[in-house]
Design a protein around this ligand. Structure first.
Ligand code: AMP
Ligand code: MG
Length: 484
């Protein structure tokens, strides 16, 4: 077999051995390649072209371990819907950390690759549709410019997985800056070994926050930086109408990347309380609740770090609280700045928050489509259907025009901001479901079209019109499922 160019250097194995188990994926009976992300492979310095299709599939299903790989599964814990549980990779295997040609380090991790000591009652497997969903949405997020794990490939296993009905099985290969999560810290803290926690903090700082080493209190600086990255991430989700759906602490990364595309979805019409996830009955992870949940998760991270923040417990708490207490105000500020950009406001003026809120209230009351409203403000000459205030909410539109004139900025600058922050296309739930259904019946046409259209999501040129449209009443998807 020709080597595809892996450069493994798995630093995770230098952590205390309790953090992971070395374990190879369970081979699958009949691997066949469904999707391979060649652009991503290129960026990683990987090339699968010289391998026969069979060999590609065997490699990307985890049937064949490349030389120097160090397959392992990670231990972690997590608060799931507020309840603390010891978890760990129950159906995922790290193939190794790969060093890309530019020197950057990535985890390559199989998902759906078989049982592990952390599987609990799970079968260790994944179904095809949810893995294609993760591929599609994570790549769409990347194209939108939002920090995210990525997807290198999806392979069908040739085996069935038993869910409510038997489904086709699949393995995804996920690419991440790392799989360090808030839950990894919770696991380490729960072990009652201060030296393990210290090792994890040192490791995380080296991998994601090297500048914190220059700080007088590196764990405190790391906490502050991590909170800042998460804040930016949630603001970005709000910008494009993304609802993660399962913001458990095990699904929040230290790198600041979006991870774990389960029942996630994008807003069609705007409503701050919107929930798609079938299992989120209480709306804990609703669209407008995401900053509060992020704060809650980050408070759990801060708790694990307390012993390292100060030798005196009360001082440690004070230090953590001082950072956490600034969250709400900072988040509001960053959110407002982001919304200003969506509205093309170059200079801040005192009434902006009210102006923006009145647009959101109008959208909520009239069930206006979130993406289309901003796209139609950005590109008013387009014949948008079912669209925004340019056509329908005349009062607000005139007020906004007046506000733009007031600041006397170059209109091109305003347009540039709006164009760069208002996508014309998002992966709409009804389109996604349609494409996945067809793909599960071996017709990849819709999925490939959708993937193509989701590239360059801020450019209007050559986008298929039907993919820009919100769903009709009958097409609208009301619930998404975890798919585990
Ligand atoms: P998730 O909801 O995907 O973040 O997963 C939460 C936990 O459940 C993780 O520890 C997963 O590894 C585990 N898990 C999810 N699905 C399965 C499965 N089919 N088999 C074993 N473990 C699973
Ligand atoms: Mg998870």
């Amino acid at each position: 077999m020709v080597a595809p160019g892996f450069q493994f250097d798995t630093s995770y194995t230098r952590l205390p051995s309790a953090f992971y188990h070395r374990l190879v994926p369970d081979p699958v009976t009949q691997p066949s390649l469904v999707l391979l992300n060649e652009r991503l492979a290129n960026q990683l310095g990987l090339s699968f072209e010289d391998l026969a299709l069979q060999e590609q599939a065997a490699l990307l299903a985890g049937n064949q371990m490349p030389p120097a790989s160090t397959p392992l599964v990670m231990a972690y814990a997590g608060h799931q819907f507020g309840h603390f549980t010891l978890l760990g990779d129950g159906r995922a295997h790290l193939l190794g950390e790969h060093i890309a040609p530019d020197g950057s380090r990535f985890d390559l991790q199989f998902k759906g690759s078989g049982q592990t000591p952390f599987s609990r009652r799970g079968d260790g497997r994944a179904a095809l549709e949810p893995m294609l969903r993760e591929y599609l949405i994570s790549e769409a997020m990347h194209e939108l410019g939002i920090p995210t794990t990525r997807s290198l490939s999806v392979v069908q296993t040739g085996e069935l997985v038993q869910r409510e009905t038997p489904l086709k099985g699949a393995v995804l290969l996920r690419v991440a800056q790392s799989h360090l999560r808030v839950g990894t810290f919770q696991w380490a803290a729960a072990q009652g070994k201060p030296e393990w926690l210290q090792a994890l903090v040192d490791y995380t700082i080296e991998r994601h926050y090297p500048a914190c080493l220059d700080h007088a209190n590196p764990p405190l600086a790391m906490l502050e930086q991590c909170i800042s990255r998460q804040m930016n991430l949630i603001v970005e989700w709000m910008r494009v109408g993304f609802i993660h759906g399962v913001m458990n602490t095990d699904n929040m990364t230290l790198s600041g990347e979006t991870i774990d595309y389960g029942p996630c979805a994008f807003l069609d019409h705007y409503h701050p309380e919107k929930v798609f996830s079938y299992i989120d009955r209480g709306g804990r992870y609703a669209f407008g609740n995401q900053s509060r949940v992020a704060w809650w998760n980050l408070a759990r991270l801060a708790e694990t770090l307390l012993p390292l923040l100060d030798a005196t417990p009360s001082k440690a708490i004070e230090k953590a609280e001082a950072i956490l207490n600034t969250f709400e105000e900072q988040f509001q500020q960053r959110w407002l700045d982001m919304m200003r950009r969506k509205c093309g406001l170059v200079k801040p003026l005192p009434d902006d928050a009210e102006l923006i809120q009145s647009l959101l209230t109008w959208m909520q009351e009239t069930k206006a489509d979130y993406t289309l409203t901003f796209a139609s403000l950005t590109h008013p000459s387009m014949p948008w259907e079912g669209s925004g205030p340019s056509v329908r909410h005349v009062d607000w539109y005139e007020r906004w025009q007046q506000r733009l004139r007031e600041e006397r900025s170059d209109p091109n600058k305003s347009f540039g901001l709006m164009q760069a922050h208002n996508p014309v296309i998002i992966p709409r739930n009804h389109q996604v479901e349609r494409a996945l259904k067809a793909a599960s019946m071996d017709d990849l046409g819709l999925l490939e079209n959708l993937l193509k259209a989701l590239k360059a999501p801020y450019q209007l040129e050559s986008k298929p019109k039907d993919l820009l449209q919100p769903p009709s009443e009958t097409e609208a998807i009301r619930h998404t499922y975890c798919g585990t």
